[in-house]
Design a protein around this ligand. Structure first.
Ligand code: MRU
Length: 374
């Protein structure tokens, strides 16, 4: 089987980015003050019932909120991790050499919080590069601290800017499925919206743009077992922005493709290899197989920061395994016999050949052209 559909690129002037009051209502996932070096994050485990922001006072807090999945989504994990390191450095009072070691070790601690989402590793590698280059020209501790804090802030600002370009490029490609301007039925999995980024989102951001531009018929949202990011978070965002959607269980995906005449499947990414193999929320591979069988275009919508230029294929991606408890409990009550053996990978790998296009802030490519983005 291969992917169905084609890749269309943005050319100057054919798309106007649109933002509305609905988008201003979008939920914000983090609050950061660069002057005061204070960071807090929305506790996503409490959404949709409560809106509680938790302070992140340094690396240990950043590690905890990422590990416990109080913040999640590959772009947001990177932003919270790097800003957390910046906040930590505001308290640093060692020598220049100690600072160099500290940045390396604390960066590695952060990377170990969730191994599949590559954005954080890419961001920490950037910061390590800054530290390494600084050593060649200076030994001023405060100066290096400021450089790292500014780089973390810049990462956050860039994440927002790249999101605008990503949505412009992706929306053009998705709208080209119906050149007559007809409305689209879109299927998606997990949460890839304002709660997974510090901006509008990736795949869910495109769904929002289609809605704003009058091109969305309906979003079909997979519940996304076992952590229910679809039902807890995506449904919450879509309801909040008054976007038409229906929620289905993951096992309804095949019949929903027929029942709702799905036009396109849009998903995010946690790590993309150079051959286009893509790690994303477990269930994504299933959707790609089903999309191919039903001749439905299947796009990965992702910033280039989620691509790992150091790996040739998905075989090299480490897939995070989550605790059994997530699968056999609901609201802390057991839903299977105690001690039930469980396999609970958080992600799966979709072969590049099953992906119609990888839509990014630097342009849209098929799986054979990922390298051209670098
Ligand atoms: O385990 P999660 O909730 O962090 O998984 C999130 C996803 O799989 C998203 O699709 C991915 O991070 C892209 S978010 C823009």
């Amino acid at each position: 089987h291969t992917a169905y559909g084609r890749v269309v690129n943005f050319t100057e002037g054919e798309h106007r980015w649109e933002s509305t009051a609905e988008q201003d209502r979008a939920i914000h996932s983090i609050i950061y003050d660069h002057k005061a070096k204070t960071l807090s994050v929305l506790d996503q485990l409490k959404v949709p019932h409560e809106t509680v922001f938790i302070p992140v006072n340094g690396v240990a807090d950043a590690f905890d909120v990422i590990k416990k999945m109080q913040v999640r989504g590959a772009p947001l994990i990177a932003t919270v991790g790097t800003l957390g390191l910046g906040v930590e450095l505001a308290k640093f009072n060692g020598t220049y050499d100690e600072l160099q070691v500290f940045v390396g070790t604390q960066g590695d601690v952060l990377i170990s919080s969730r191994p599949t989402a590559i954005n954080l590793k890419n961001a920490i590698n950037d910061i390590k590069d800054i530290a390494a280059k600084d050593r060649l020209v200076s030994s001023d501790t405060n100066n290096l601290i400021t450089k790292i804090q500014d780089a973390a802030y810049q990462w956050y600002l860039n994440e927002r800017e790249e999101n605008d370009r990503l949505l412009r490029n992706s929306t053009v490609c998705v709208e080209a499925i119906k050149p007559d301007g007809g409305k689209l039925v879109v299927m998606t999995i997990c949460n890839t919206g304002s709660l997974a980024t510090s901006s509008h989102g990736t795949a869910l951001g495109v769904i929002k743009q289609l809605h704003v531009r009058g091109r969305l018929e309906l979003a079909i949202v997979l519940e996304t077992r076992p952590y229910n990011q679809g039902s807890r978070l995506t449904a919450y965002e879509l309801q909040n922005e008054k976007i038409p959607f229906v929620l289905i269980t993951d096992s309804m995906a095949a019949s929903a493709m027929n029942h709702f005449n799905v036009d396109v499947v849009l998903v995010g990414a946690d790590q993309v290899a150079l051959n286009g193999d893509t790690a994303n929320k477990v269930g994504t591979y299933m959707l790609a197989c089903l999309a191919s069988l039903h001749r439905i275009p299947f796009y990965v919508v992702t910033p280039v920061t989620s691509i790992n230029p150091r790996i040739a294929s998905g075989k090299e991606i480490v897939v995070e395994e989550r605790p059994a408890k997530e699968l056999i409990t609901f609201n802390n009550a057991l839903t299977a016999p105690e001690g039930t053996p469980v396999w609970n990978p958080a992600f799966d790998i979709t072969p590049g050949t099953l992906i119609t296009g990888i839509l990014t802030d630097k342009g849209n490519v098929d799986h054979t052209n990922v390298r051209s983005l670098f």
